[in-house]
Write a protein that binds this ligand. Structure first.
Ligand SMILES: C[S@@+](CC[C@H](N)C(=O)[O-])C[C@H]1O[C@@H](n2cnc3c(N)ncnc32)[C@H](O)[C@@H]1O
Length: 361
C-alpha cells in the first residue's frame, strides 16, 4: 500500500514530507564521488524548503566550505498557504529574531542565505545563515522565487508532490542543473519521458532498496506498516531522485547473458526454455525482466520501466515508450492501432523500448 501514498498525497494536497539527512548525504555523496568539484563556485537554491530545520539546508550549510559553494539560498512556503490543519506556529528561533513580524510570520515565506562568515569564528556554517521574510508567500511559481531560480546554478529539493510536473518544467525551462525527488510514475509522463530518452534527465543514485522514509507532521490515517508512530516516518516505495548531475552508477554496464544462455539458464520461468516473444503491435521483443535482457540481440527490446534505474547511456539507446496514452513517443507506428504493448493478445505493463549500442559477439 505504501506505493499508493504519493497518489493519495496528491489527492489530499498533502505535501508535508521531509527528507532525512542521511538520504540527502548519501545522494549528494554519489555526485561528489563522481566529481568532487561538482558544487564548487556554484549558487545552490533549495526552494520549497523549510530552512529553519530542513535537512537540505542543514546539509549544504554544514558542507558549505568543503563543497566550495559560492552561495546557498533556501526558501520556504508561508504557513497561511499550507493546509490549515498543520496549525503552524512560528518557532522559537523566529520569535526571538529581531526581525520577527507577526503578520509576515503567517503570510510570507522566508529566505535564508549563506555566503560568508558572519559570526567571526573563521568558519562558514549553519550559524552564519542570514534570513528575512520574502515579499510573497514563497510559491516557486512567483516572480520572486523565479528570479532566485535564474540566479542559481543548481536547484535541489523534495518538491511538493502535487506540483511535480510544474516544478520540473519550471527548472527545465531555465536550463538548470537539478536534483529533485519524485515518484516512479513520473517517468512515463509526457513531460518527463522525452527528457529521459534524450539524456537530459536520469535517475540519481537512489534510496536504499528503493524505500524512502520521510518525516511528516500530518496525523492522517495510513495503511498498516506505512506510518511508524515512534519515528514519525512515512514509507514510500516508489520515490526516486531525478537529476541531470552525473554519478558513477549511471556508467556501470548491466552484466547480461546472451539470448542462448538466457534460454538455458535464466532464473525466470517466463524466459528459460521459452525465449522471447514479439509484441503484436511493435517490431520489438518483449523482455519481462531487466536482468533477462539478452546481451546479443540487435533489434529493439521492450523492457520494464524499472529498467531506468539500471540504464547506462554507454550500453543502451532509449528509443521510446509504450504505455497507453503516450505510445506515440515510441516513434514506431502501431500495426494494430491498439494502445500499449500487446503480447499474444494480452496487454502488458508499460515498456521502455531500448536497443544495445554495441552488440556483443
Ligand atoms: C515534500 S515537502 C519537502 C520539504 C523539504 N524540501 C524537505 O525535503 O524536507 C514540499 C514542501 O513544499 C511546500 N510547498 C507546497 N506548495 C508549494 C509551492 N507552490 N511553492 C513552494 N513550496 C510549496 C510544502 O508546504 C512542503 O513544505
Amino acid at each position: 500500500m505504501a506505493n499508493e501514498n504519493l497518489g493519495a498525497a496528491r489527492k489530499a494536497k498533502n505535501d508535508e514530507f521531509y527528507t532525512q539527512f542521511h538520504d540527502i548525504e548519501k545522494e549528494m555523496g554519489a555526485y561528489l564521488d563522481y566529481d568532487s568539484e561538482v558544487f564548487r563556485g556554484k549558487t545552490v537554491l533549495l526552494p520549497c524548503d523549510d530552512p529553519e530545520w530542513s535537512n537540505f539546508t542543514k546539509y549544504f550549510a554544514q558542507n558549505f566550505q568543503r563543497l566550495g559553494l559560492k552561495k546557498l539560498i533556501s526558501t520556504s512556503y508561508a504557513p497561511n498557504s499550507k493546509p490549515k490543519e498543520l496549525n503552524l506556529q512560528p518557532t522559537l528561533f523566529e520569535l526571538e529574531s529581531p526581525q520577527f513580524d507577526e503578520e509576515k510570520a503567517a503570510a510570507n515565506g522566508k529566505i535564508f542565505t549563506l555566503t560568508r562568515d558572519t559570526t567571526g569564528d573563521d568558519v562558514i556554517n549553519v550559524d552564519d545563515l542570514e534570513w528575512s521574510y520574502l515579499d510573497g508567500d514563497g510559491d516557486f511559481r512567483s516572480e520572486e522565487i523565479t528570479r532566485l531560480r535564474d540566479e542559481a546554478d543548481v536547484i535541489i529539493t523534495n518538491p511538493p508532490f502535487s506540483l511535480f510536473r510544474e516544478f520540473l518544467a519550471w527548472i527545465i525551462e531555465a536550463n538548470k542543473q537539478f536534483v529533485i525527488i519524485g515518484n516512479m510514475n513520473a517517468l512515463t509522463y509526457r513531460e518527463v519521458f522525452p527528457l529521459i530518452r534524450d539524456n537530459r534527465l536520469w535517475l540519481g543514485n537512489g534510496f536504499h532498496k528503493g524505500n524512502a522514509y520521510f518525516a511528516t507532521p500530518t496525523t492522517r490515517e495510513y495503511a498498516d506498516g506505512v506510518f511508524d508512530e515512534e519515528t514519525g516516518l512515512v514509507k514510500f516505495r516508489n520515490a526516486l531522485w531525478f537529476t541531470n548531475l552525473d554519478h558513477g552508477r549511471r556508467h556501470q554496464p548491466l552484466p547480461l547473458m546472451s539470448e542462448a544462455d538466457n534460454l538455458k539458464f535464466s532464473k525466470h520461468k517466463e524466459v528459460k526454455g521459452t525465449g522471447y516473444t514479439k509484441f503484436d503491435n511493435y517490431e520489438a521483443i518483449e523482455v519481462p525482466f531487466t536482468d533477462a535482457i539478452p546481451s546479443d540481440y540487435k533489434g529493439v527490446m521492450g523492457v520494464p520501466i524499472s529498467f531506468l534505474d539500471k540504464y547506462s547511456p554507454e550500453q543502451f539507446e532509449i528509443i521510446g515508450l509504450i504505455a497507453g496514452n503516450i505510445r506515440g513517443l515510441a516513434g514506431i507506428p502501431t500495426s494494430t492501432g491498439k494502445d500499449g504493448p500487446y503480447v499474444g493478445g494480452k496487454l502488458k505493463y508499460g515498456r521502455i523500448l531500448i536497443r544495445h549500442k554495441k552488440v556483443e559477439k
